[in-house]
Design a protein around this ligand. Structure first.
Ligand code: HPA
Ligand code: ZN
Length: 326
């Protein structure tokens, strides 16, 4: 069976990766030692054992704890560089990378430290790896609108180092409308707009992300088929969904990978893409997501090429570069 080989070799873009979710346990311990941070786990094995999640929140608690070892610009650079090398190995030509500044600024790390460290790794990837990478700043939706506005303010001097904004963290109880005014400001600033919606939350949150935030892409969106009118809207406007199959499996959004609706989303004509979300926590980088999902659901080579094309169509590269990729 040559499908795994095709999936590995296909050029692709990754559009839904949280850089803090690429922090491997080995690097967590290395940075903890380097920075004199103490962890509530004795070693890498113990930490990995804690990676047994029942839903989104049970993951987020551990994900924010892991990020506590990041203090210096070099730490952010090292984390992003490790991901970008891994992405190159998976034939990722282009990556749009989420980062969660509030996780760091709340601990006294400056916005400048975070953005400069991540951005220099993206620049280095272009010259040393031939991988194109850009950054998307995510607001934590469990925090207030005022906190998001303050975060945007802190990021504005670094405006040329990120291409857009997103919305992540605990979904249920924090609908997109909570951030209507921040996202309106971001649109005025010419930033690209994306939002997590319909991961665990209802179709109503996807509608809000589209109609209130004016999201250009929906992150996850796998709950959308519960509302056929929403599926028609997503198809009509060619709004991409950045789907993350192994994440959905590990956070119990679907009981088994075989139950995943990726194939049905493609059949409905949606611009679905495959992504890794938080690869260090969910047991696989981009090619693992492709290979395991294709094996479990019986997707075929034409769908593989469709997903690869979708990933470039859904990206924020300019139209001329898109034509070169697609
Ligand atoms: N959903 C919401 N917030 C997140 C995720 C996710 O899958 N990963 C990291 N932060
Ligand atoms: Zn995500």
């Amino acid at each position: 069976d040559r499908l795994p080989e095709l999936l590995r070799r296909m050029p692709k873009a990754e559009l839904h990766i949280h850089i803090e979710g690429s922090l491997e346990p080995e690097l967590i311990f290395q940075l903890a030692r380097r920075n004199g941070v103490s962890l509530p786990y004795a070693n890498v094995e113990e930490l990995r054992k804690a990676y047994a999640f029942t839903n989104l929140q049970s993951f987020l608690d551990i994900y924010y704890a892991g990020a506590s070892v990041l203090l210096k610009e070099q730490d952010f650079h090292d984390m992003a560089w490790a991901y970008l090398r891994r992405a190159q190995a998976d034939n990722v030509l282009h990556a749009e990378i989420f980062f969660d500044p509030q996780t760091h600024t709340a601990r006294g790390v400056s916005m400048e430290t975070v953005v400069r460290g991540l951005h220099s790794a993206c620049e280095r990837a272009r010259t040393e790896l031939g991988v194109q990478a850009s950054l998307i700043l995510c607001f934590l939706r469990h925090l207030s609108e005022a906190d998001a506005f303050e975060t945007l303010e802190q990021a504005l001097p670094l405006r040329d180092r990120f291409i857009g904004v997103g919305l992540d963290s605990s979904e249920v109880g924090h609908p997109p409308e909570k951030f209507a005014r921040v996202f309106a400001r971001c649109r005025e600033l010419g930033l690209h707009i994306v939002a997590h919606a319909g991961e665990e939350g209802p179709p109503a949150y996807v509608w809000q992300a589209l109609d209130i935030l004016k999201a250009e892409r929906i992150d996850h969106g796998v709950q959308s088929p519960k509302d056929p009118a929403l599926v028609r809207r997503l198809a009509q406007d060619r709004i991409p969904l950045t789907v993350c199959p192994l994440s959905n499996l590990k956070l119990c959004v679907f009981p088994q990978l075989a139950d995943h609706n990726l194939g049905r989303l493609l059949d409905a004509g949606l611009v679905a893409t495959v992504n890794s979300d938080d690869p260090a926590y969910f047991g696989g980088y981009l090619n693992d997501n492709f290979i395991q999902t294709f094996a479990a659901t019986g997707l075929t080579a034409p769908q593989a090429w469709q997903l690869a094309r979708n990933s470039f169509e859904a990206s924020f590269v300019d139209a001329a570069a898109k034509r070169r990729y697609v």
